[in-house]
Design a protein around this ligand. Structure first.
Ligand code: SPV
Ligand code: MG
Length: 381
């Protein structure tokens, strides 16, 4: 089976401009894929905003961003390129960042030449500092030397135009990062039109492909970017912004009308959510593996008269039934390490350590969701 990085490389080898759409979580990634977009951007802007409601200024750690990228990656078959800000520190942090993202199966990363802590390029009125070109080129070389999978894509992002340092400096940096081995160069611009980026493309004389993020010059047409020879365009935060508008409109209607059927035209039917989270697959797993013999806990509880307490599960089922959707796998047995115990019921004496779940343990979740639950507690494997 092709790796996701291999898939991404194959996509990039094809002629033409590749659109990449920003996700903020697993569900948004699924919707992006379902809409037919071939590559997903794990956006630091969108993840910071949606998952923590904080600004995009290096407040989230590498492990938090990696966890977000993993949830996004696991939800889709499409390759994911993760925004790793400035690599979360100096060149030493970059080495670990590359190791962790590559090991996690992310297809590629994009790293920018902002100092740590960075400030999102879109925020107006910020005093901006960049790393020296030598230091950032060193980060790129370190990333190139660290990756084991030659298909793992490394994008070096130039912030010179964002910082107001001019086209000459932007070109100097782009050249240096391409020379350092970056697979692609992202040239960011805060200009209100595409003129600045189109000028950069006229001056760009290297084979290294170019990526752009037209958030602040949104009227540029796809064909215009493609015609300029740009290889990839990131539509980074529009899905998040559409979702916020949808939530706000829904909430305004609810506050005004105070009845749920007033929302019908604003919200998707429940079945749409069931489809995206795989309720049918969940049911198929239960049907295939969950014993329905009269002696089982399920049958016993189903027979419990309404209003009376269900009987306790037999000891060998305690993990799955008393802690909700703990975990199971499609392998013979798997050890799931849980690093916290917040979901333990009061009075439980089980310690936070390793729990071995037998393959015939009744399931509460699909194998993919179980792995996700395990990963939530182990972002850096
Ligand atoms: C992101 O989506 O997090 C990006 C693109 O890095 S931008 O917000 O334009 O910096
Ligand atoms: Mg970002």
């Amino acid at each position: 089976m092709m790796t996701k990085s291999g898939l991404l490389r194959a996509l990039l080898r094809r002629p033409g401009l590749v659109p990449m759409v920003g996700a903020h979580d697993a569900l948004s990634a699924k919707l992006i894929e379902a809409a037919g977009f071939p590559v997903i951007w794990s956006s630091s802007f969108a993840v910071s905003a949606a998952q923590r409601a904080v600004p995009d200024v290096n407040l989230l750690t590498m492990t938090e961003n990696l966890e977000a990228a993993l949830f996004i990656d696991e939800a889709v078959a499409a390759p994911v390129i993760a925004d790793v800000d400035n690599g979360y520190g100096n060149v030493v942090n970059v080495v670990r960042t590359v190791q962790e993202y590559e090991r996690a199966g992310i297809a590629g990363i994009c790293m920018e030449d902002n100092v740590f802590p960075k400030k999102c390029s879109l925020y107006p009125g910020m005093k901006r500092e960049l790393l020296s070109v030598e230091e950032f080129a060193g980060k790129v070389r370190a990333a190139v030397d660290t990756r084991k999978d030659p298909d793992f894509v490394l994008i070096a992002r130039v912030e010179a135009l964002i910082a107001g340092w001019g086209m000459k400096e932007a070109l100097r940096r782009a050249h240096a990062y391409a020379d350092a081995g970056a697979d692609m160069v992202l040239m960011h611009s805060k200009s209100k039109t595409a003129a600045e980026i189109l000028e950069f493309m006229r001056l760009w004389d290297r084979p290294t492909p170019v990526v752009v993020v037209p958030t602040l010059y949104p009227s540029v047409a796809f064909a215009e970017l493609e015609g300029a020879g740009i290889k990839m365009v990131i539509w980074a935060n529009q899905v998040l912004r559409g979702a916020v508008q949808g939530m706000q409109q829904t909430l305004q209607t609810l506050a005004r009308e105070r009845r749920l059927d007033a929302l019908d035209s604003h919200i998707v039917p429940l079945e749409e959510i069931y489809k995206h989270v795989g309720v049918d697959e969940f049911k198929a797993i239960e049907d295939a593996y969950l014993p329905a013999s009269p002696g089982s806990a399920r049958a016993a509880n189903a027979a419990t008269p309404a209003g009376s307490e269900p009987s306790p599960p037999p000891p060998d089922r305690a993990v799955a039934t008393s802690h909700g959707a703990l975990a199971t796998t499609n392998r013979p047995s798997e050890t799931v390490t849980r690093s916290h115990t917040a979901d333990r019921p009061p009075g439980s004496t089980r310690t936070a350590s390793a729990v071995t779940v037998a393959s015939n343990t009744p399931v509460g979740v699909s194998p993919a969701a179980a792995r996700q639950a395990a990963r939530a507690n182990q972002p850096c494997r």
